[in-house]
Design a protein around this ligand. Structure first.
Ligand code: RAM
Length: 906
């Protein structure tokens, strides 16, 4: 009996210590889970810690890496053993082992010691696979079709048979195209990517993808087939009808690396032995859609034994391989699936399907009919006020897919090299009745990890948050685009900078921006100017304030959100070149640009004779962004320890600010433009002398009241409007703006049934008529930048700038009427941060979660510390919660990791 008790006791102790042990999970390499195609010689490793106690920090780590997973677990055959490193760093730790071989899997694991002296177990092994690393490792050759193309440019197909006779350990395929591609091996699609290789500044950087295709290879004979589409490469891209922006011929580069269990290797390469043809995709354009003729399908074309005697050879091409880069961001994948919510007949007699959500992607259709039956699906975002199918705002984009049946049983269709922005489709030529089960809409976007959620007591605000997220989904399709439906879909720099911080809450956009910012660098003019759009297909060599400033704003924002110093270092030259450009074209420290979009799409009354249009002086805007970009450059110089630059640009900033006040402000602090945007920029960028800031904030509020408590800001003022109000003590006014339901406001489109953010405050007017069709997208994320304020101020989750990436967290919710609760969650690299408040009859509750290996300052809106409890106990009774003092009528406490519930009297 005694023994049993003793045994139970020992068991209990070991269970307790097991539970108490810190655990290592969620291993990432270069921000992604088990990525393929890592070409960085020092890929950065991150992990998360779990613990069930409070105040747990990492004190030390040990990492080991090996090309052999079994050896790894025994600590043998290591390409890197970090040894025990006394460090709290658990995010973006660079690999420092022996040189990584190309196209090779590496396994790794990590263990840590926490601040209580406890050692974790080794994590489960994770892995990454290296890419080709350098141009010389490409043995494949560029190939192109061996026949004269038809004018309509049907999608070319390539094929090649090969043998794989030994026992296979691993097969890795490396593929790219000048164009977009889909590959198959033995009749099965390679990977689950769409629109690969994605879009970059193709003539300078072309991405290739790495796939593990081991499962697709047969022992014996095999075949590979690849179809190409025009895509961004040579399709129509740009609103001036541009085609062939990067070249007029499509080409393929394919390399398959086979590793056998006897240690030998083999390759299958695109070369002169391949064959080419065309097939069912007879036309394919991003804006206009695809024509697919199923009668032209060539069954078995990507399988061994297919009779390709009618196929032609290929032409070898000498295109550069030096511009090839691995894919660093999450690829485009199929995401949510929508079913029709209604099938309707419009007054004009069209058969229309409503999917209930404005989304970006394509429609899959099932149909049975006779050979030659032609079904046309046209996509659009809205119906007009009479309920008719409205396409005028698509401008020249046809947004139409056509499917021609082969007439054999039930046929299933989806397009390949195009995508559509839509909620409604019009179906023509469908044999028989339209049935709900025969149509689905699939969303497509970059496969970013969803990281944020925001929810509150007001359903309209929740719908606004839904719309912001869908605006992001639809416009984060490999590059941040302005809109996904009309003949544009371009990487407009102004839109991207305005929305970047909000984007970083909703999804993990670290790698997404990392990749795109490299294109910003690639397309930056040699004089430092930054184009309107990136990749730069407009090529007009113009810059605009608030657009070009993406070069400083986006890197700084991504640095704050993810703590990536290497990214900041990589962008630093571009940031500096941009500021130097402005300095160069400025006179007497004043920037008066030749071109400016101004505060794009600011408020104009329906009847513009009232004199109430909120026009902000374009030069004032330029000067404000000049200062802001310089300020961000200074901050980057500080982080990166560039002392010389620091001095130079601090000096410059003082001059820019002085010039601002001299030129655009009266001695009493009134700005030459009395608009909200003018005051917002001046205050947010700290351009006014301190003693004049409060009166300026007051003028801002007066202006808001002048418009009967409505915002009047455009793309540039909107992101900062509520932040400025809350910073200067007008959170109540910010809430009033948030809750405003009449035009112009965030909720007006919501009341009009919007499911995404509109380009204009009044895309649809109260009487149901539309704004000008030439510029009226219903899926434009810029005004969704209010999301940042919802997360950072309403819920109150922020990072301290000196320990970015939420290593040191700031929780400072600002409660406001009429909300009774609000809650946000953000999955950081360290784990989930939660802040949720709730007002009850007599008290307020604040629920907080702080991840292991981080700390937080919580700013509680209570009048004194004495009245605050946590978990039912007074603060003074609790260890590990430090009272930091009081600030602006709030109590500051410092806490470590763990879950907390603070309460205080209402
Ligand atoms: C429009 C775009 C974009 C904006 C520019 C100035 O064409 O849609 O949103 O940045 O113009």
């Amino acid at each position: 009996m005694r023994k049993i008790i003793l045994l139970l006791f020992i068991l209990q102790i070991s269970i307790v210590s097991l539970v108490a042990q810190v655990q290592v999970t969620s291993l990432l390499v270069e921000n992604r889970q088990e990525p393929l195609g890592i070409d960085d010689p020092r890929p950065r490793l991150s992990w998360q810690l779990l613990a069930d106690k409070r105040n747990v920090m990492q004190a030390a780590y040990e990492i080991r890496v090996s090309p052999d997973v079994k050896a790894l677990k025994q600590g043998k055959n290591l390409s890197w053993n970090s040894g025990i490193v006394q460090s709290g760093q658990s995010v973006l730790v660079p690999y420092q082992g022996s040189e990584l071989a190309p196209v090779t899997p590496y396994y790794w694991q990590v263990r840590v010691r926490d601040n209580k002296g406890k050692l974790s177990k080794w994590s489960e092994p994770s892995f990454f696979v290296t890419g080709l690393q350098q141009a010389a490792n490409w043995q494949a050759q560029w190939i192109q079709v061996g026949f004269k193309e038809e004018k309509s440019r049907p999608s070319p197909m390539f094929r090649k048979e090969f043998n794989s006779d030994k026992k296979l350990v691993r097969a890795l395929a490396l593929i790219t195209a000048r164009g977009v591609y889909e590959a198959e091996i033995n009749g099965q699609k390679v990977g689950d990517l769409c629109l690969a290789p994605g879009w970059t500044s193709y003539n300078k950087r072309l991405q290739y993808q790495t796939y593990d295709v081991t499962e697709l290879i047969n022992e014996g004979s095999n075949a590979v087939g690849v179809t190409l589409g025009n895509g961004w490469y040579r399709g129509n891209i740009g609103f001036e009808g541009q085609v062939d922006v990067y070249g007029d011929e499509l080409a393929l580069l394919f390399q398959l690396e086979l590793t056998y269990d006897d240690g030998s290797t083999a390759v299958v390469l695109s070369d002169g032995s391949w064959k080419s043809s065309t097939g069912p995709i007879v036309y394919s354009e991003i804006y206009h859609g695809e024509i697919y003729d199923a009668r032209l399908e060539q069954e078995g074309w990507s399988e061994a034994g297919f009779n390709d005697s009618a196929w032609r050879g290929v032409e070898l091409k000498n295109y550069s391989k030096d511009i090839l880069v691995t894919t660093e961001n999450e690829p485009i994948r199929k995401q949510e699936v929508f079913h029709p919510v209604e099938i309707l007949k419009t007054p004009e007699g069209d058969q229309v399907i409503d999917f209930g959500q404005n989304l970006v992607g394509w429609v899959q259709m099932k149909v049975a009919g006779t050979a030659g039956d032609k079904i046309t699906i046209t996509h659009t975002e809205v119906l007009d006020k009479d309920g008719n199918f409205y396409t005028e705002s698509l401008r020249s984009a046809k947004q139409q897919n056509t499917f021609i049946l082969k007439g054999k049983g039930i046929e299933e269709f989806e397009p390949h090299f195009t995508w559509k922005g839509f909620r409604y489709i019009k179906v023509e030529g469908y044999p028989g009745e339209l049935e709900t089960e025969n149509f689905t809409a699939t969303a497509l976007y970059s496969d970013m990890e969803p990281t944020g959620s925001f929810e509150c007591s007001d359903e309209l605000v929740n719908q606004l948050q839904h719309n912001i997220r869908w605006g992001q989904r639809g416009n984060f399709l490999d590059v941040p685009t302005d809109c996904p439906q009309r003949d544009e879909r371009l990487g407009w720099t102004g839109d991207a900078q305005a929305f970047a911080r909000t984007a970083s809450f909703n999804f993990r956009v670290h790698s997404f921006f990392d990749k795109w910012l490299k294109d910003v660098v690639a397309d930056q003019y040699e004089n430092g100017g930054v184009p309107f759009v990136v990749p730069d297909v407009l090529n007009n060599r113009q810059v605009s304030p608030g657009w070009a400033d993406v070069a400083t704003i986006a890197p700084w924002t991504i640095y704050l959100a993810y703590g990536d110093k290497e990214l900041l270092e990589a962008q630093y030259g571009s940031m500096k070149a941009w500021v130097d450009y402005i300095q160069h074209v400025s006179r007497k420290n004043l920037w008066r640009p030749k071109h400016s979009f101004g505060d794009w799409l600011f408020y104009r009354p329906f009847d513009d004779n009232s004199g109430m249009s909120a026009v902000t002086d374009k030069n004032l805007i330029a000067q404000a962004f000049y200062a802001h970009s310089t300020q961000l450059l200074i901050q980057a110089a500080e982080v990166l320890g560039k002392q010389d630059d620091l001095n130079v640009y601090q000096d410059l900033l003082a001059k820019i600010k002085h010039a601002f006040t001299q030129e655009y402000m009266t001695p009493k602090g009134k700005l030459v433009s009395g608009t909200q945007t003018a005051y917002v920029l001046a205050l947010h960028f700290d351009l006014l002398p301190e003693e004049l800031r409060d009166q300026a904030a007051k003028r801002l509020v007066d202006n808001i009241r002048l418009y009967n408590t409505h915002l009047t800001t455009g793309f540039l003022g909107t992101p900062y409007l509520c932040h400025v109000l809350s910073r200067f003590g007008y959170t109540d006014v910010a809430y009033e703006l948030l809750m405003q339901k009449t035009y112009p406001s965030w909720l007006y489109p919501v009341t009009m049934g919007a499911t995404t953010i509109w380009e204009r405050w009044d895309g649809i007017k109260p009487d149901g008529t539309f704004q000008t069709p030439g510029m009226n997208s219903f899926n434009h994320y810029a005004y969704g930048a209010i999301g940042d304020w919802l997360y950072r101020v309403v819920a109150g989750i922020d990072t301290e700038a000196d320990q970015p990436g939420y290593k040191a967290i700031r929780i400072e919710p600002q409660l406001g009427e009429p909300l009774t609760h609000a809650k946000a969650e953000l999955k950081t690299y360290y784990g989930s941060v939660v802040s949720g408040w709730k007002k009850e009859a007599d008290k307020v509750k604040l629920q907080i979660s702080v991840p292991v290996n981080t700390t937080a300052i919580v700013s509680i809106p209570a009048s004194g510390a004495a009245g605050i409890t946590e978990g039912g106990k007074r603060l003074s009774e609790l260890k590990g919660i430090t009272l930091e003092g009081q600030e602006n009528g709030r109590v500051l406490v410092q806490i470590g990791s763990g879950d907390y519930l603070f309460e205080w009297a209402n």
